[in-house]
Design a protein around this ligand. Structure first.
Ligand code: DQA
Length: 146
């Protein structure tokens, strides 16, 4: 099983940005945590973080035929990007939307999610653990849960 884990703008600032919302751990801590979990389960991973919408679109397009699942935290692009939604639809790879903070209890503009219209599940407000939950959901979906 091959999973692509995509993180959008400012996720590279984890550990510095709004620690009361996102915690004290860094993006590399996040990558290591997911990587360790997946290594133990024999799941191949690719991590991609970008602050650019078009780069995220291209990464999703390039995933075609190369990945069985996508975990995506589009960050601020969640609330604005039809292009990222369309890219997910184009490649038609099962995808889970993840948010570190609980977007549903924050500002009104964070209540809108374009990618949610494609993703088969959304995990919000569970911190870094939300990404592990997303891996488990993809495993279940692929029928590879052990
Ligand atoms: C976020 C929530 C978004 O509203 C915000 O723009 C982010 C991070 C989260 O992980 O909680 O940058 O996606």
């Amino acid at each position: 099983m091959r999973i692509l884990i995509i993180n959008g703008p400012n996720i590279n600032m984890l550990g510095i940005r709004e620690p009361e919302l996102y915690g004290n751990k860094t993006y590399s801590d996040l990558v290591n945590m997911i990587g360790d979990y997946c290594d133990k389960r024999g799941i191949d991973t690719k991590f991609f973080q970008s602050n650019y919408e078009g780069a995220i679109v291209e990464e999703i397009q390039n995933a075609l035929s190369n990945f069985d699942g996508i975990i995506i935290n589009p960050a601020a692009y969640t609330h604005t990007s039809v292009a990222i939604l369309d890219a997910l639809k184009a490649v038609s790879i099962p995808a889970v939307e993840v948010h570190i903070s609980n977007v549903d209890s924050r500002e009104d503009f964070r209540q809108i999610s374009f990618v949610r219209k494609y993703c088969f599940a959304t995990i919000s407000g569970e911190g870094f653990e939300g990404y592990i939950k997303a891996v488990k959901l993809l495993e279940e979906r692929m029928g590879e849960s052990r």
